[in-house]
Design a protein around this ligand. Structure first.
Ligand SMILES: Nc1ncnc2c1ncn2[C@@H]1O[C@H](COP(=O)(O)OP(=O)(O)OP(=O)(O)O)[C@@H](O)[C@H]1O
Ligand SMILES: [Mg+2]
Length: 273
């Protein structure tokens, strides 16, 4: 599990994360939701040690982030950031190959090549393998970054908005693949998602953030409710059900009586803790 204790983070004088205590269980698909600027990426970057820890403590499966060597950490956790800057004169298969670096340190073995092939295949990239990253579409590039993260073969995957640029079919395929990693091979996934219905359909556990704090946490049933979501996003949100899971509706132009939105909804922040 990932244990976060007393985590706070500032940029200049601005508090970005405040007093976060959070336990992320192993073997679950965990969705991190919340409005823009809530602190989701900052939290993920701190857990991934892409930012120096200012205050608090983070442990991943018993490894203290403050003292664990990078090589050890890279075998425990793979990360895909929200912004993926990478040299564009790199071929897709080379990018995916970087995911194996922690395993071979420059001397790939057959198992590494097999993992690269499997990742290319899994993300439908086999026919793009020799293309440069600046010669493929945004969604294909996103899939190449995901394939690199998968190829790393770690117990933990931390993904910041992996659905960016993906069409409906590729989004669904990715969520199904994440669910399969969790249920089939006992991996643990933490993923930021904006489209809460992907969390509703696939997540085991949801963590909701707002203003640098965790404001709700639990099973989809507990977090994806009208009062919690309406308060979280400061917007009236309706929750229905589909396939025995919550289905979040926020595209309505009219309420049930036919009155146009915005209908008068009490956005009661007391639903957030
Ligand atoms: N380099 C920076 N300098 C100043 N403020 C920053 C910097 N990076 C992030 N912030 C601020 O920190 C807060 C949290 O940002 P963060 O990127 O963690 O949010 P987020 O929840 O991931 O949002 P989004 O959904 O838009 O990706 C925001 O208010 C943002 O403006
Ligand atoms: Mg972000």
């Amino acid at each position: 599990m990932i244990r976060i204790d007393g985590l706070s983070h500032h940029i200049g004088a601005a508090p970005i994360l405040q007093d976060i205590d959070l336990t992320l269980p192993r073997g679950k698909l965990i969705a991190l939701i919340g409005p823009n600027g809530a602190g989701k990426s900052t939290l993920l970057r701190l857990v991934a040690r892409l930012e120096p820890l200012q205050q608090g403590r983070i442990e991943i499966d018993g490894l203290d982030l403050a003292t664990t060597p990078t090589e050890r950490l890279a075998l425990a956790m793979a990360v895909m950031g929200q912004q993926t800057h990478i040299a564009s004169r790199l071929r897709v298969a080379e990018l995916v190959g970087f995911g194996r670096w922690p395993h071979h340190h420059g001397r790939p073995r057959p198992a590494d090549r097999a993992a690269i092939e499997a990742a290319l295949e899994a993300f439908g990239l086999a026919s793009f393998r020799d293309r440069f990253l600046d010669e493929i579409s945004g969604g294909q590039a996103q899939r190449a970054h995901l394939a690199m993260t998968f190829a790393q073969g770690t117990d933990w995957l931390l993904l910041d908005e992996p659905l960016n640029n993906l069409d409906m079919a590729h989004s669904r395929a990715l969520m199904a693949r994440l669910a399969e990693l969790v249920r089939g091979s006992g991996r643990s996934v933490v993923t930021v998602v904006h489209e809460v219905n992907y969390a509703a359909a696939w997540a085991d556990h949801i963590v909701a953030m707002k203003n640098g704090r965790i404001v709700a946490e639990g099973a989809p049933e507990a977090v994806l409710t009208e009062p919690v979501l309406s308060a979280l996003y400061d917007t009236p949100i309706e929750v229905s059900r589909h396939d025995d899971r919550p289905l979040v509706l926020h595209h309505h132009w009219h309420d049930q009586l036919g009155a146009p939105f915005p209908k008068q909804v009490e956005l009661d922040q007391s639903f957030l803790h």
